[in-house]
Ligand binder design. Structure first.
Ligand code: ADP
Ligand code: MG
Length: 254
């Protein structure tokens, strides 16, 4: 029994170590860090990652779920945008990685409560993705057939598009044209909820949970970012991140 206990202890220790994530103290320690992404980060004047970036970037890079609580102005946009761009580039899905001419698939979805916030995220994302071949786009009402790896949207517009993409097929003949207009959401494996507490408050909750359910796949990893994380948000996370998914890391800054 002593041996068995020892074995058990070792296993537990290993598991704990696997869950310990070192903070990413420099942007140069990113997984792939294409020279262009690095240049764009520097061009923005970002020399050292902020505290929330040091904590959140390695979690997203490792493909784990994240609940991150950090004050306004602490740099949450870069904390998710840089590691998702790095992840896409590491997969060689940008033009830089030899993917030129290939049809783009939506891999990352960022949801923000207002169009203004969504536009700000797109602006930041575009600056960071400049010249990498990775496209970052704002999802527009009725603007279907999106071919960008990173899509940013408000809940209502995104839910509408998701529902349109799964609605029944049109009659033969119209098919191809209709398919062209639809957005293919089936390759999404990263979902970012920015201002998560607002997205999960009663006003937006039904829409946000609708999106979360529709994007659900064994590969989906979710990151929540907010200045506050309420207990009801925690509960909703436990309900919507399947036990089979990677661990959920909680990060509280400030
Ligand atoms: P939050 O979403 O946490 O409220 P933002 O993402 O809007 O914060 O970022 C706040 C400001 O900090 C922005 O002007 C952004 O350009 C700046 N910023 C982000 N990361 C860094 C960094 N590593 N170094 C310097 N400034 C940064
Ligand atoms: Mg923000």
């Amino acid at each position: 029994p002593t041996n068995a206990n020892e074995e058990e202890g070792k296993k537990k220790k290993k598991k704990k170590e696997a869950l310990m994530i070192q903070p990413l103290t420099s942007f140069t320690h990113l997984h792939k860090l294409s020279p262009r992404l690095h240049r764009n980060i520097r061009a923005q004047g970002y020399r050292v990652p902020t505290e929330v970036q040091m904590g959140a970037m390695p979690v997203i890079s490792r493909g784990e779920n994240l609940i991150c609580c950090a004050p306004t102005g602490s740099g949450k946009t870069v904390a998710f945008m840089v590691p998702v761009l790095d992840w896409i580039l590491a997969q060689g899905k940008g033009d830089e990685g030899g993917g030129e001419g290939k049809r783009k698939k939506v891999r990352v979805v960022v949801v923000a409560p207002t169009k203004e916030l969504a536009s700000q995220i797109v602006n930041e994302g575009k600056k960071l993705a400049l010249g990498t071949g990775v496209r970052v786009a704002l999802l527009k009402k009725g603007g279907e057939g999106v071919k960008s790896e990173v899509v940013v949207s408000t809940p209502a517009v995104l839910l509408h598009s998701l529902e349109a993409s799964t609605s029944c097929s049109p009659s033969p003949g119209e098919g191809d044209e209709m398919e062209e207009k639809k957005t293919d959401w089936s390759s999404v494996s990263r979902l970012i909820l920015d201002e998560a507490d607002i997205l999960l408050d009663p006003l937006f909750r039904a829409q946000t949970l609708g999106i979360w359910t529709q994007l659900q796949s064994p590969h989906l990893r979710t990151s929540l970012f907010s200045a506050t994380i309420s207990s009801s948000t925690e509960t909703l996370c436990q309900q919507h991140i399947p036990p089979s998914s990677s661990p959920t890391i909680r990060l509280i800054v400030g």
